[in-house]
Design a protein around this ligand. Structure first.
Ligand code: SAM
Length: 189
């Protein structure tokens, strides 16, 4: 079984968008307790690499070879560590399921979610190899469109996906961006 029901969200996103493949290097931001890490490890297989980071400690896996780090994605030193872990070849996929501690105050929760999502985008831009893919959770609200535009500027395309496994809960959506490109994608092409 999976450590978290959220594992099924990554499975559904992967089924829709063909994100994870054998041998891939995958970085998972906000990875505790580790459901997405289990799914990623299954999909990349023995030749792949999976690295997970979270504010919370992630228990070790007996059945998967996964590298985990306790760290804060808003701190540069965490990103530095990830660059070292991923190495020259870069990552094939960066996923972020990061979420702020909920206050119940809609605008505040949205703003914090977008802030974390922007940290994930900056990190993805540092880590991804050309052509790589990026998935990020963000709560719906007034800043979502502007954030989506910023993601779109660095990838071939971006889609907004609401996986069935997350529809019962809240206002969360996932932006699925495919084909990282280091030069901005021209608008209207
Ligand atoms: N995808 C995970 C799984 O399948 O097990 C569940 C992730 S949970 C919904 C969101 C996680 O984001 C929490 O564990 C939280 O600690 C983490 N998080 C929030 N802010 C963070 C930050 N600044 N740096 C690292 N992790 C963060």
């Amino acid at each position: 079984g999976y450590r978290a029901r959220s594992a099924y969200k990554l499975k559904q996103l992967d089924e829709e968008a063909a994100l994870l493949g054998p041998g891939d290097t995958v970085v998972d931001l906000g990875a505790a307790p580790g459901g997405w890490l289990q799914v990623a490890a299954e999909e990349v297989g023995e030749g792949g690499t999976v690295v997970g980071v979270d504010l919370q400690r992630i228990d070790e896996f007996d059945d998967h070879d996964v590298e985990t780090l306790r760290g804060d994605m808003t701190e540069e030193r965490t990103r530095h560590y990830l660059r070292e872990a991923v190495g020259e070849g870069g990552a094939d996929v960066v996923v972020s399921d990061m979420a702020p501690n909920m206050t119940g105050e809609y605008h505040l929760d949205h703003a914090r979610s977008v802030h974390l999502a922007r940290q994930a985008l900056d990190t993805a831009e540092e880590l991804l190899a050309p052509g790589g893919d990026f998935v990020v959770k963000v709560f719906q609200g007034e800043d979502l469109d502007a954030f989506r535009d910023d993601v779109a500027a660095s990838f071939q395309y971006v889609r907004t996906v609401s996986p069935p496994a997350s529809r019962d809960s809240s206002s969360e959506v996932y932006l699925v961006a495919k084909g990282y490109t280091t030069s901005p994608v021209a608008e209207g092409d």
